[in-house]
Write a protein that binds this ligand. Sequence first.
Ligand code: C2E
Ligand code: MG
Ligand code: MG
Ligand code: MG
Length: 290
Amino acid sequence: AAKAAGKNGLQIYQPSLSHQVVAKLEMKYALRHAIDHDQFVLHYQPRVDAHSGELLSMEALVRWIHPSRGIVPPMEFIPLAEESGLIVDIGALVLEKACAQIAAWRAAGIPARPVSVNVSPKHFSAGCLLEQVRACLKRYDLPASLLELEITESCMLGDGDWISREMSALKAMGIRISVDDFGTGYSSLAQLQRLDIDVLKVDRAFTMDLTGSRHGVAFFKTILSIAEVLGLRVVAEGVETEQQLQILRQLACHELQGYFISRPVAAADIESHLRKTLNFDLGGRALALA
Ligand code: C2E
Ligand code: MG
Ligand code: MG
Ligand code: MG
């Protein structure tokens, strides 16, 4: 819309801004529609043992199957979903779908592995997560050990007492908690310990730095030794090259995740690995090192 400006009679018209506002609004309606019409699917990205390549767990990553645009990646709708609060509904859907998938694998006699679900700060602080998790585990008759929640460091900001209570309730149920994109935010060592975190997922930027920056290896080593003191498992995110993989194994990083091992794939594509008939190939030279 045109904005009438001051006494000089100048009209300030901002077409790009109003276009953005409309586009955002349309996207918000489309997201609401997507929630109501079940247009989301989960892809699964393996997390493997850095030594053996064995599939240890999978991360559920949401995709929006848009009727005309096709597969929309999360980075194109999660930020708006966060901003508009729709992420709470999407998060609940993702949790539900992940649990339904684990239950389907179990029913088919396929040995299940834990699935980790990303929890947005807004969903975490909405206060409904605990009850949703409890209800899902019950509905699908799953042990809590098959579910891990990935929180970000920003989930740990805010009312410390409330966060502690929420986290300890999840932990008491037997849910594992990992910190996603670790190293990019503001969590303190004291918090990691107090909140009884299980896993650090070290951000992809640090994996890239292993070969790309002078202090990259030292950074990772430091994270690993902190993790050892606190008794945490470490996952390197975004492993894209064999060289990164080699270094991570030499540093005794526990688990690996990244395109070099596998991209996120549809549930059906992971079943042969779940049946434990084969481990992920970590490359010839890597195995020779073992
Ligand atoms: P994230 O939780 O840190 O997930 C890892 C992202 O990095 C995924 O992107 C994955 O496909 C990508 N990735 C994995 N390995 C590599 C690699 O070797 N190289 C590169 N360049 N990328 C790699 P994706 O699926 O597009 O998701 C992006 C982000 O969107 C996620 O980051 C997460 O923050 C958010 N997200 C995804 N699914 C959900 C969800 O169900 N709920 C919430 N709240 N957020 C989600
Ligand atoms: Mg994640
Ligand atoms: Mg991550
Ligand atoms: Mg990330």
